[in-house]
Design a protein. Structure first.
Length: 389
């Protein structure tokens, strides 16, 4: 089954096409196209993602990315009837930035060899999600194929299971349920219990800032550009390589609480207070603060994750989201699993799949379709606060 998937929840525009087969235990897919365009450099001057700029950039990029994705796809001639055109117009009136490009594309009256359209409908930034959802609705209407709505967080879970086999082919790693998912990104910090395929329960989440957001804010305090996670990580790594001891102690918020919740805003405020006290920071001080901050985040993420593993007896740990690219956090988790949870297998995304991408959305959509799910084109709405449980 060929699925075309669209991801626009934050600051990456993604369009992928997969040809997928099998069920959860013997899944395989060939990646026919995987287009990804990051807007990160454009948001850098705001020190974070600016929702309306994100939307505008998605609107600009979607049609060109779609054209590249479809470049080698066989097409057939189609004819849009008046009812279809009317419905498409209605949707596109809400997306003036997409209108001209998409109308030009549709006026070719061709349909690629695609069996379904998948789109991320939440969680994320509302304006960014909407443009992707409306784009997907138009394609599903024009090509008369089913539309599948995908939860972005479920996408991150699938991204950790994806294993590349040969060439552009992937399969899924074996997962024994129940599994614990630690999803850490710029927008989320969640511990989720996956009881089975599509059966989730929220164990805990951040009560304020997401961990990636804290990395980004602390980076700003240290005068580092957005996205701050990789920058902080680089400085902290330098401190470790130089065996630089740190005279600063930052809090580990909520590390000893009996729940699975997190809090990162106090940690960020502690860095703010410290940097105010220190005034102009030397490079050494920046490295020391970066290392202590990274240690503090790794400590709390590890504490809550191991608590969840111990309490549930889960034998699979799934790590996902942009912050899972942090090697100190993942190394800390790996060594603790080796020492204390030898029977737990860890699934982490390959580096190109840690951040937002549409391949994970395509794969998540495949299993939703297999379960008989599809969205109503006339009714599908973006949901910025969509949950998985
Ligand atoms: O999953 P993602 O690409 O987008 C969201 O859905 O948010 O995650 C982006 C977040 C940013 O906050 C970025 O600073 C953080 O992931 N990040 C990192 C690292 N690489 C990306 N944080 C810490 N260490 C890293 N190496
Ligand atoms: Zn994400």
């Amino acid at each position: 089954m060929k699925i075309l998937a669209i991801e626009t929840s934050c600051d990456e525009t993604g369009i992928s096409i997969i040809d997928a087969n099998g069920d959860f235990k013997d899944f395989s897919c060939e990646v026919i196209a995987n287009e990804l365009l990051s807007q990160a450099s454009m948001h850098a001057e705001y020190g974070g993602v600016f929702p309306n700029l994100a939307k505008r950039e998605h609107a600009k990029s979607l049609v060109p990315l779609l054209q590249s994705a479809l470049a080698n796809m066989p097409t057939e001639q189609i004819h849009l009837d008046d009812a279809q055109i009317e419905k498409i117009k209605e949707i596109l009136e809400r997306e003036p930035e997409l209108f001209v490009q998409l109308v030009m594309l549709l006026s070719q009256n061709t349909k690629p060899n695609i069996d379904a359209i998948a789109v991320t409908y939440g969680p994320g930034l509302a304006p960014a999600l909407w443009v992707g959802v409306n784009f997907a609705r138009v394609l599903a209407l024009a090509w008369n194929v089913p539309l599948v709505a995908v939860n972005h967080m479920e996408g991150h879970i699938f991204s950790a299971m994806l294993q590349s086999t040969t060439g552009a082919n992937y399969k899924l790693s074996a997962v024994s349920f129940p599994a614990i998912s630690l999803l850490i990104s710029g927008g989320h910090t969640q511990l989720i219990l996956a009881k089975d395929l599509h059966k989730y329960e929220l164990l805990g989440q951040t009560r304020d800032d997401a961990v990636g957001e804290a990395f980004d804010k602390v980076a700003r305090l240290l005068g580092l550009p957005y996205p701050g996670g990789p920058q902080i990580s680089k400085l902290a790594q330098m401190a470790r390589n130089e065996n630089l001891s740190t005279p600063y102690t930052l809090p580990r918020p909520m590390i000893d609480t009996s729940d699975y919740d997190f809090s990162f805003s106090g940690l960020k405020t502690a860095v703010l207070t410290l940097t105010k006290k220190l005034g102009e920071l030397s490079n050494t001080q920046k490295k020391q603060i970066a290392k202590e901050f990274e240690d503090a985040t790794a400590d709390v993420l590890l504490a809550k994750t191991t608590k969840a593993l111990a309490d549930t007896g889960a034998q699979t740990l799934i790590l996902g989201g942009g912050v899972s690219a942090n090697s100190h956090i993942s190394n800390t988790i790996v060594s603790t699993l080796n020492n204390e949870f030898a029977n737990v297998s860890l699934l982490t995304p390959t580096p190109e799949l840690t951040g937002d991408n549409s391949l994970m959305i395509a794969v998540a959509a495949y299993f939703r379709l297999q379960g008989g799910e599809h969205a109503e084109v006339a009714q599908l709405e973006a949901n910025a606060n969509l949950t998985l449980y």
